[in-house]
Design a protein. Sequence first.
Length: 163
Amino acid sequence: MIYCPQCETEAQGAFCPRCGAALDPAVPDIPGFGDAVKTCLKKSFTYRGRASRSEYWYFFLALATAVVILLILLVSFDDLHSRKGTVAVAAALGAFYLITFAPFLAVTVRRLHDMSRARRTDRPRAFPLRWLTVILAVICPFVLAAPSTPGPNRYGPRPRRRK
């Protein structure tokens, strides 16, 4: 079943029976937890397109869970007075942050595209303000909980919902 990008009703075939909009079966489905994490890691440096709310929040949840686990390990090794263990977990936590920064930034930009909030950075004078928007979006993830722009926007078609 395909959801119409204009009126978001279920439809079959090439056109929506309600509004007549063309249906594109190539529009990606909204991913589940595992698919969202895989997609975000594969698209680590892809800043084009759109990311659904579920894709962003599932990836955020996976990162937050991993950080909590690493922090629990760090505290437990510190309580055991194991200097080598503490250093190893701290190094793993630092490496984890370095590895996941690019995918998280990319999915944040794609999520902003989904809400029609990101702007093009083709004008050099506007570049610092554009990146400030992205940094604030990373710091304030509640902004990214806003609903998607209905239908397609200049960044691509809206991701479909799964049944």
